[in-house]
Design a protein around this ligand. Structure first.
Ligand code: 8YV
Length: 312
């Protein structure tokens, strides 16, 4: 019987590596766990988890020998850390290796939204360029003001990129940080008021739920754009959709949504919204590095070595 389970929708090569390295039992969904025989479940000490379905006390209790949840991803908001701690279960994630990709995508969403690149591309593809002439004028991206909500690794990487675009950088985080002249705001509403584009780069979870509130969206104003590469749970989506539909904010660039991939269809009807299917970390290179780091954490746990990137 195997000590390791891989749970989630892995790429075939990632799944094969987990199977070869650990002889891992594979399940596509966390909810499939209940259908595994009790003795097989009881043997499992480590889970390589990929997914956003809640991994809470009920799931942990199905695995009485569980000692490690190795998360595929930097954000571990799906995993109930209190429940893990109470059961002596360690948790790891995959930080750093995905920072550049996620920051790149944030910049891409911002540029696509401001310069209407999706619609302009369609203009050319559908023959309007030739038939009707140049695409309509749009909005300059460079030399504006950017707000970063959450100045962790990814927030900083976004800010550094934006400096290259001549942007003035403002930020909000739990405390004021050492920064190269970036302006701190103690409150997200004050941050949104001060900037043209608000980049959301906070961790998900109960503490940050709905932090991009109706008030924050209102403060961003009708020239403002919201970019979210973090978690859908951070945003009051009804307030965002109402503001977008009424033109009370200029637009949004979103890689993450509540209930994804089953997102609110109102988003699809809005040309001012650039939509990406939660692919921030989705380059081949980064996913290979994330998968390797996850496997290293599992191997370290099984060998009794220090975990590479522990959360708890
Ligand atoms: C996902 C992410 O983990 O790192 C994170 O927090 O959200 C992503 O990298 C990835 O899409 C797999 O679900």
């Amino acid at each position: 019987m195997t000590e390791t389970a891989s749970i989630g929708r892995y790429q075939p090569n990632e799944r094969a590596a987990l199977a070869e390295t650990f002889d891992a039992l594979h399940l596509d969904r966390l909810s499939d766990l209940a259908r595994v025989d009790a003795p097989e479940r009881a043997a499992i000490r480590a889970v390589a988890y990929k997914g956003h379905a809640p991994f809470g006390p009920a799931e942990m209790d199905l695995l009485p020998s569980l000692g490690l949840i190795a998360n595929y991803g930097v954000g571990y908001d799906a995993i109930d850390l209190d429940a893990a701690q109470a059961r002596g279960v360690r948790v790891t994630n995959t930080p750093d290796v995905l920072t550049d990709d996620v920051a790149d995508l944030a910049i891409g969403l911002w540029l696509m939204q401001r310069r209407e690149m999706e619609q302009a591309s369609r203009w050319a593809r559908e023959g309007h360029w030739k038939a009707k002439g140049e695409y309509r004028l749009n909005t300059q991206a460079s030399r504006g003001t950017a707000g970063i909500l959450g100045l962790g690794r990814i927030g900083r990487a976004i800010a550094r990129r934006l400096e290259g675009f001549g942007m003035e950088i403002h930020y909000h985080s739990r405390s004021e940080k050492e920064t190269p002249g970036w302006r701190y705001h103690a409150d997200p509403v004050a941050l949104a008021e001060a900037v043209d584009t608000l980049f959301v780069a906070l961790v998900g979870g109960a503490e940050t739920e709905g932090m991009v509130s109706a008030e924050v969206i209102h403060a961003l104003g009708d020239r403002g754009v919201l970019v979210n590469i973090a978690r859908g749970s951070l945003v009051d989506e009804d307030a965002l959709l109402d503001a977008l539909e009424a033109g009370r904010i200029a637009g949004a660039g979103l890689d993450v949504f509540r209930g994804e991939p089953d997102i609110d269809p109102r988003f699809y009807a809005l040309p001012s919204v650039v939509i990406q299917p939660h692919q921030g970390s989705g380059s081949r290179q980064t996913r290979a590095a994330m998968a390797a780091l996850q496997r290293e954490n599992v191997a370290a746990f099984l060998d009794g070595r220090d975990l590479a990137t522990p959360v708890i």
